[in-house]
Design a protein around this ligand. Structure first.
Ligand SMILES: [Zn+2]
Length: 424
């Protein structure tokens, strides 16, 4: 009896042991399977290098349509494998135009419809889009508004039993062969609704595009400070070219070859701002404006970007060589070591953005960096040391004795990129 019980117990133990092992194996496998099948939307730090490796399989051309919706935004992204996305949907009055445009290009479904922020010139016809096209995902920032336009969009979302997807910075989404990453908003609360704008970076092969909505200075500063890779071949200029967006630091980080400004002819805001146009010119960006050329189409094969030939390049890029040379005529015209000031002159016929430029006292080893500042054509600016005899237009910094009065102390002027412009 005892021996029988002993063997029974041993058998039971063995079965238990085998069961446990099996469970462990199945459990491990289960984990591995789950890990391999994470959803496409995932939180990711700013590491885009792994995306670059995925260029081999790119087939066909990605088309980005910047629809001419006047003083508003509406961007259609057409992926060659049949995946589409819409970023903003113009004003309420643009519904018919946007509808026919999408029909013309045989767009039936949109993987994503993004309303960058709840202003009418961005979500005006978003309700029409949701009501008439097969929209799979709606993405808008979490900023409810009491406007009729916003109410109509929310109603359309509800009617289609969709949900507004709230996204966070660093999140990635795939769109056919392309991917896009959320760059902004980086905060939960802003004074300005524009700063809630969802900013995305789209990658197709080796080509990259940054779409900014109406993000302004605050959001741009946050994006720069975040350390994310903002670089892009093409930038959709923020807030229709307003002077309150496209700060020099942001533009420097994005460092685009092309820029598109979606803006209305003769708009009451004076968009795009001269300062921004000049800033783009200084950065040698090829600028396309919807008010000048109408709808703009940028095509990418994953390596090269071509802009629709009907779209024409603005003056700056087609200007004769002598005109483009003019922008480099910034000189140091005077240094008074006793009175502690330096005069910088714009001897060209165009305004020059000196933001981020540097004046260096070579032997004194002191550097002045220009704050946000534009030197008008033909004008001078006097930068004086703090407490200097002659007050300047701009004060260098606290403390005296910038220039070395005994030894020879040349002054040097460097542009934003660190290129030596002049030595005095
Ligand atoms: Zn706007």
């Amino acid at each position: 009896m005892n021996a029988q019980r002993f063997y029974k117990n041993k058998l039971a133990l063995s079965i238990l042991y085998i069961l446990l092992i099996s469970l462990l194996i199945v459990g491990c496998k289960g984990n591995l399977i789950n890990r391999d099948h994470q959803p496409t939307a995932k939180i990711k730090e700013s590491n885009h290098s792994d995306l670059v490796d995925e260029t081999n399989d790119i087939t066909g051309k990605l088309k980005i349509h910047f629809l001419d919706v006047g003083q508003a935004d509406c961007i259609l992204i057409e992926e060659p494998t049949g995946h589409n996305m819409l970023i903003d949907a113009g004003n309420n009055g643009d519904a018919d135009f946007i509808y026919s445009y999408l029909k013309e290009y045989n767009i039936k479904q949109l993987d994503y419809a993004i309303g960058t922020h709840p202003h009418e010139d961005h979500i005006g016809s978003l309700d029409m889009i949701i009501n008439n096209f097969e929209v799979k995902n709606v993405i808008m920032p979490d900023v409810p508004k009491s406007t009729q336009t916003f109410g109509e969009v929310i109603q359309a979302i509800a009617n289609k039993e969709l949900l507004n997807t709230i996204v966070s910075v660093g999140q990635e989404f795939s769109l056919g062969q392309s991917k896009f990453t959320i760059l902004a908003p980086n905060s939960n609360e802003y004074d300005d609704t524009n700063d809630y704008s969802i900013v995305i970076k789209l990658q197709y092969g080796n080509n990259t595009f940054v779409f900014t909505g109406d993000a302004e200075t605050k959001s741009e500063h946050e994006m720069v400070a975040s350390g994310m890779d903002l670089s892009a071949d093409l930038l959709k200029v923020g807030h229709h070219g307003s002077g309150t967006s496209t700060i020099a630091e942001f533009l420097y980080e994005v460092n685009p070859k092309y820029a598109v400004i979606s803006v209305g002819t003769g708009n009451k805001y004076g968009h795009p701002d001269d300062i921004i146009m000049n800033r783009l010119k200084i950065h040698e960006v090829e600028v396309y404006r919807t008010d000048e050329v109408g709808t703009i189409i940028a095509s990418s094969d994953g390596t090269n970007i071509t802009i629709d030939k009907n779209a024409s390049v603005i003056d700056v890029n087609t200007a004769p060589e002598e005109q483009t040379k003019k922008i480099e005529k910034i000189e140091i015209t005077e240094i008074d070591k006793k009175a502690e000031y330096v005069v910088i002159s714009n001897k060209s016929g165009v305004d020059v953005d000196l933001t981020g430029w540097k004046v260096v006292s070579v032997n004194g080893s002191q550097t002045f960096i220009f704050p946000s500042f534009v030197l008008k054509a033909g004008q001078n600016v006097k930068v004086a040391g703090y407490g200097a005899k002659n007050t300047g237009d701009i004060i260098w910094e606290e403390g005296k004795g910038i220039w070395n009065n005994i030894k020879d102390d040349p002054g040097e002027l460097y542009d934003k990129k660190g290129k030596l412009i002049d030595r005095y």
